[in-house]
Structure formats: C-alpha cells, structure tokens
Design a protein around this ligand. Structure first.
Ligand SMILES: NC(=O)C1=CN([C@@H]2O[C@H](COP(=O)(O)OP(=O)(O)OC[C@H]3O[C@@H](n4cnc5c(N)ncnc54)[C@H](OP(=O)(O)O)[C@@H]3O)[C@@H](O)[C@H]2O)C=CC1
Ligand SMILES: CC[C@](O)(C(C)=O)C(=O)O
Ligand SMILES: [Mg+2]
Ligand SMILES: [Mg+2]
Length: 337
C-alpha cells in the first residue's frame, strides 16, 4: 500500500488524556467526538454560542458547555466542528484571541485551511482528524467497540509532536481501531468535496431520482420504482462495501450482471466523466469554495430553493409511506445529537 496506516498500537492515548480538549460545535461530528473522547478518559469541554440549540443536548449528556471563546481559552487542543461556513468568523472572534504558543487547533475537514479562510499563527499545531463517515456512525461504531477509519494530517507542526497528538485524538474517537490514514489538508479537502459532490451525495441522489422519474413517467407504480431505485441500492452497496464491485457481481443474477456490464457504461458515459473532471477542476481552483462562501454570505438563496425542491420530489412521499411499513428500516438520525 502506498499510504501510511496507523492502528491502536501506534497511538498513545495518554498524549490526549494529558490535555484539555475543547470541541467547538455539537452536531453530527461534534457530539461523536466529544462523547467518545470523554468515554476514552479525556477531559472535554464543549464550546457553543449562548443561544445554540445544541446546548441542551450536550448538557443532557453530561458535558460541560461554555461559549466558544471560554472553551478555547481553557483548552490546549481546540477541535473546530462547527459548520465549514461558520468557521472563519468563529476562528477570528473566539479562537484566535485565545491561542497561545504550543496549543493545537484541530479540524474535521480541511476546507478553511485549504482555501486560506483561516491562517493560524506559526506557534500553534494545526492538524486534522477526519472520520470517513457520518458522525452518528462514528459514535455508534465507537460504542460497539469498533471504529470508523479516519484521515489524519498535519498542516503545521509547531511543537514537533502534532502528528502523535492527532493520532492520540483519533484513538480517542475509535478511528485507530479501524485505521488512520496519513494524508494532507489538500488531499483530504479536494477528495472529500469531489466524493460528496460527484459520487456519494450529488451523484447518487441524482441517479436515484432520475431512475425513479423514468420509471414513474413511463407509468410504473411509484412504490415499485422506489424499491428498484432507492431501497435496493443499500443492499447492492452493502455487497460492494463487503467485497468490492466484484463481490456484488458475484451475488447478483447473470441477467443483472449482463445488464450492469452492457448498460452501466451507457448511463455513466464519457460525458459524465468529463463533467466529473470539471467538478474536480472547480474544487482544485477554489471556484467551488468561492461560490459556496458567497452563497452562504448571501443568505443561501439557491441552497434553500434546491433543498425545498429535493424535499418535494415525489420519491420522498413514496418513501415515507413505504418506510412506515418497514419498522426495521427506521433508525432516527438524532440518536445522540
Ligand atoms: N457531517 C459529517 O458526518 C461530517 C462532517 N465533517 C466536518 O465536520 C465539521 C462539522 O460538520 P457537521 O458535524 O456536519 O456539523 P453540523 O451542522 O452537524 O453541526 C454544527 C454544530 O456547530 C454548532 N455551531 C453552529 N454555528 C456555530 C458557531 N458559530 N460556533 C460554534 N458552534 C456553532 C451547531 O449548533 P446549533 O445547534 O446551534 O446550530 C452544531 O452544534 C465540518 O467541518 C464538516 O465538513 C467531516 C466528516 C463528516
Ligand atoms: C459524504 C459527506 C461528508 O463528506 C461525510 C459524511 O463524510 C460530509 O461532509 O458530511
Ligand atoms: Mg466526507
Ligand atoms: Mg465532506
């Protein structure tokens, strides 16, 4: 393998147990990191603005909650897990004034460092521990004695121990149980954005919706179309997850496999690949970041419109009805936060 992978035995939990950690933000990732670090014996404090709706959740789970500035002032390691678009102002207002030489700023995604929205002083460590999975799964895996693999990177090593500290943090959230891969802020940011836009979220959602539309517009029952285009996707992806595309092809019928091999490349054709390359180009040039920051500063008009359109897509209503009949499918995403 060309990448360096680190496991539990490579990480010294004592390094992070010896520091006070402020987790700023208590959403998908924040709650998972904070609760798992606490359960790993780390002294954790949460930083949230006074009116934050996450405050009661963190307090109910027995965590001490301060404002971001107070938490940053107390802590040696400050993990920023607020939304990417909030981090620039959060850093300027609450974190930068509370930094001191030898402290560490951690991130769960490299967006603000990669695009120069945050520039920390030279005398602090800057590192990243980025789980490769949603926060609620990070927490669930930790509780089950397992872990979600994570990426670990150091942007600035002021103390000479930044990487070992980041590995210790990764161990505290269960990441080194599964494996922590060493990377850079640039590689993590660009691949994460590309993956979520072209394949995992954007690509997959558009594929599912378009398949559903083609079937229902041709007169097939929405319920049957839902099963074919959305519900069964998980079953197929689970097979890929277990053993790659080859494992999935081993399990499906020859008829399905012939259709897959002969028709799949017609759906995802050279035009789609060219569009994916353009999307990657926009990420690497900073065009996507500039667009997203401007959209956020303008009050997110397109984001709100597209989100509402997605929620109103007929596949959602069909899915709601069908999932109500499948009690085993219903696993609320707000289990712990
Ligand atoms: N979602 C995921 O699973 C993954 C996320 N990441 C990265 O993790 C980071 C956090 O994302 P995610 O967990 O999705 O975020 P969420 O949107 O789920 O949660 C954000 C949290 O930050 C709080 N918050 C909002 N504004 C501020 C502020 N100004 N100061 C302090 N806290 C604030 C919110 O409080 P309130 O309740 O009041 O809004 C909420 O508790 C991002 O960098 C993201 O890219 C990385 C890997 C996966
Ligand atoms: C796939 C989306 C993600 O990158 C993630 C859960 O890893 C995110 O930013 O939420
Ligand atoms: Mg991701
Ligand atoms: Mg992401």
């Amino acid at each position: 393998m060309s990448v360096e992978v680190y496991y539990d035995d490579d990480a010294d939990l004592g390094l992070i147990q010896g520091r006070k950690v402020a987790v700023i933000g208590y959403g998908s990732q924040g709650h998972a990191h904070a609760l798992s670090l606490r359960d790993s014996g780390v002294d954790v404090v949460i930083g949230l603005p006074a009116g934050s709706k996450s405050r009661p959740k963190a307090e109910e789970q027995g965590l001490r909650v301060l404002t971001p500035a107070e938490a940053a002032a107390e802590a040696d390691v400050i993990m920023i897990l607020a939304p990417d678009t909030a981090q620039r102002a959060l850093y300027a207002d609450a974190i930068a004034p509370n930094l001191a030489p030898g402290k560490a700023i951690f991130f769960g995604h490299g967006f603000n460092i990669r695009y120069g929205l945050i520039t920390p002083p030279a005398d602090v460590d800057v590192a990243m521990v980025a789980p490769k999975g949603p926060g609620h799964l990070v927490r669930r895996q930790y509780v089950d004695g397992k872990g979600v693999p994570c990426l670990v990177a150091v942007e600035q090593d002021a103390t000479g121990t930044a990487f070992q500290l980041a590995l210790a943090y990764a161990k505290g959230i269960g990441g080194t149980r599964a494996g922590a891969i060493r990377t850079t802020f640039t590689e993590e940011t660009e691949t994460d954005l590309f993956g979520e836009q072209a394949v995992l979220c954007g690509g997959a959602a558009a594929l599912v919706q378009t398949g559903f539309e083609v079937l229902t517009e041709a007169g097939y029952a929405p319920e049957v179309a839902y099963f074919e285009c959305l519900h069964e996707l998980k079953l197929i992806v689970d097979l890929m997850y277990e053993g790659g595309i080859a494992r999935m092809r081993y399990s499906i019928s020859d008829t399905a496999e012939y259709g897959d091999l002969s028709r799949g490349p017609r759906v995802i054709d050279s035009r789609v690949k060219e569009e994916m390359r353009k999307i990657l180009g926009e990420i690497r040039s900073g065009e996507f970041a500039r667009e997203w920051v401007a959209e956020d500063e303008a009050g997110r008009p397109n984001f709100a419109k597209w989100r509402a359109e997605g929620a109103a897509h007929p596949i959602e209503e069909t899915g709601q009805k069908l999932r109500a009949m499948m009690s085993w499918v219903d696993r609320p995403i707000t289990e712990t936060a």
